[in-house]
Design a protein around this ligand. Structure first.
Ligand code: SF4
Length: 290
């Protein structure tokens, strides 16, 4: 199996991403986010491990990519897991990738990305995407137990955005857990230097729902009503009812536009509301192949 694989997580259902590839040095993820979708389809997901012969295989595969290919690092993991501190595979992979004409998007929840700032700055076409669900430390510790705290992520955006375009994912919106902080979140992200807000609503899968109600029993009844009884099924996911979903997405959009930011929603079916590409790729410098 190749390391660099075409990105198409939901066989195209509501995914409006441009053509791109996925790459990760690791299988699984140790951030243990309660709402994680990837945990349902990757074995031993919460025990991240390095991919076998990652650097050797990367050297070989990257040579075969067409010029200006777009690679996201990473989609079902975080390139800056605690494991990366000692293994430095993401760092070594970036050193290989920077020798090629590629568009690179780094997606992370970790301030460890700052360690590699000089390497990231050496890419001509790069965008960094930093994800948030809340600005509250206590809620972060429950929702994303081993990810770094929001203040550190904001600080990372501040430093990186002085050199590289940064988009922020406010993702997922979990009613009513974090939907009261939409205005504050968008403003903080803007003040930190993000240029686009990407958002989506929480989708229920059996394993993430079990974790969510286990940690937030007081919302069990409301989530059962909104998702299990009244929700919309799309593929293997249960979405909020359409009107609720649209209201939440429109609220994030309105505040983002008021703040002068780009906006997009991800896999919600509201592409008409987007002012930029859904994944932040409008921020790559425009070249002949873009
Ligand atoms: S950072 Fe992403 S991949 Fe890792 S556990 Fe959280 S949601 Fe899942």
């Amino acid at each position: 199996m190749n390391l660099i694989t075409p990105f198409d997580p939901w066989q195209g259902n509501w995914c409006s991403c441009p053509e791109k590839y996925s790459l990760s040095a690791y299988t699984g993820c140790g951030h243990n986010c309660l709402y994680c979708y990837a945990s349902s389809y990757i074995r031993n997901f919460s025990s991240p491990r390095p991919k076998k012969d990652f650097l050797k295989r990367l050297e070989k595969e990257v040579r075969k990519l067409p010029k200006n290919s777009f690679i996201t690092i990473a989609n079902s993991s975080d390139p800056y897991l605690p494991l990366e501190k000692e293994l430095k595979l993401t760092q070594a992979g970036l050193k290989i990738l920077k020798e090629y004409d590629l568009r690179i998007m780094i997606v992370t929840k970790s301030s460890l990305i700052l360690r590699d700032l000089e390497i990231l700055k050496s890419f001509k076409k790069i965008v960094v995407s930093v994800s948030f669900t809340t600005l509250r430390d206590a809620l972060t510790k429950t929702l994303e137990p081993t990810a770094c705290l929001p203040g550190k992520r904001l600080k990372a955006i501040k430093i990186i955005s002085a050199h590289i375009p940064v988009v922020a994912r406010f993702d997922p919106l979990i009613y009513p857990l974090n939907t009261g902080e939409i205005k504050k979140m968008v403003r903080e992200l803007k003040n930190a230097g993000a240029r686009q807000i990407i958002t989506s609503t929480y989708k229920v899968k059996p394993d993430n729902f079990k974790r969510m109600v286990g940690s937030f029993p007081k919302y069990k009844a409301i989530w059962e009503k909104l998702y299990l009884k009244e929700g919309q099924r799309l593929g293997r996911y249960l979405y909020l009812p359409l009107t609720y979903r649209k209201q939440l997405i429109e609220k994030v959009r309105k505040i983002s536009l008021e703040e002068g930011l780009g906006f997009s929603s991800c896999r919600e079916g509201f592409n008409n509301l987007n002012t930029k590409n859904c994944d932040g790729s409008s921020l790559f410098p425009q070249g002949e192949n873009n």
